[in-house]
Design a protein around this ligand. Sequence first.
Ligand SMILES: C[S@@+](CC[C@H](N)C(=O)[O-])C[C@H]1O[C@@H](n2cnc3c(N)ncnc32)[C@H](O)[C@@H]1O
Length: 329
Amino acid sequence: MSRPNSQMSLPICGPAQKTTTAASRVGSNVEGFRAGEAMHIEAPEILLYHEDCFEGIRTRVEAGSVDVVVTSPPYNIGVAYTAYDDTVPRSRYLKWMREWAGLVRRVLKPDGSLFLNIGCKPSDPWVPFEVAMELRHVLTLQNVIHWIKSIYVENVSYNEQTSLNVGHYKPINSKRFLNDAHEYIFHFTLDGTVELDRLAIGAPYKDDSNVTRWKGAGNGLHCRGNNWFIPYSTIQRRSSDRPHPASFPPELAEMCIKLHGVDRVGLVMDPFVGIGNTAVACARLGVPLIGFEIDEGYLETAKKRLQRRVGRSFAGQGDQAQVVANPGP
Ligand SMILES: C[S@@+](CC[C@H](N)C(=O)[O-])C[C@H]1O[C@@H](n2cnc3c(N)ncnc32)[C@H](O)[C@@H]1O
């Protein structure tokens, strides 16, 4: 039976365990992140566990307690992760996806949102569609968002030809396939009726006259729509600046949480933490997060990035390593 943890205000089940299956994989040399313990950052509370998310969600997260899940699972396209085999048979992968989505369903609040980022490789473009069809058995697909990583736009404005070429993409040397410059963000909810804060990520009207013409346009913003241009930041060295083969920019998670409505977010969850971009978004927005990741190297990177964000090093307190700081705006 789960019981509330008196040390924490997050609706998680039980105290940090001393030993878990995954805990045995945690190296004791990882400062502030020892076997079975959570990495714990306060203000907002950010708990990252070195643990399989199936185990973590089942044992640590109370039913109906999570407002928003922003996550990106492995895509089953042969990415070279260190602790996960991304080449399992498709049927097994889809079954696995449905299973963790079922766990998410259990812990989501009735008006909660799952933002599921998923992409593919040009030679295997069905993955996102197959995943969406599989999750259809568990959740309702409320919105389909396109994450645009790079775009070239030509436009005529006041009789002048203009163009814009923005973002980054990985060029593909192929006569068959286009460079892959987008991924999906599937917005799943329990029943498809969750109200969103569309203007929290709204776009300004191009023409001021529209502000008065359109009902509800009082603050000068309109719904951004479902094409989101979110570029990766420019980096010098992949190995040190973005040491993960399949991460998303923190801005992606930030937009999802804002769209759900920051004011009503008491807890965010990321079952597949990677290097912690959803956690960084939560630190920026000041909302609590619980997350799981099986690779201790990625978690170590997540910890460093959060430390940079909160601007303090870890100070161990009893069993729990903590960073206590105000992450600011
Ligand atoms: C696409 S990546 C997530 C990247 C993350 N969104 C970021 O921006 O850094 C998927 C991650 O899931 C982790 N993973 C795979 N199976 C897992 C499991 N059962 N529980 C927790 N993490 C898992 C992998 O190690 C990998 O880091």
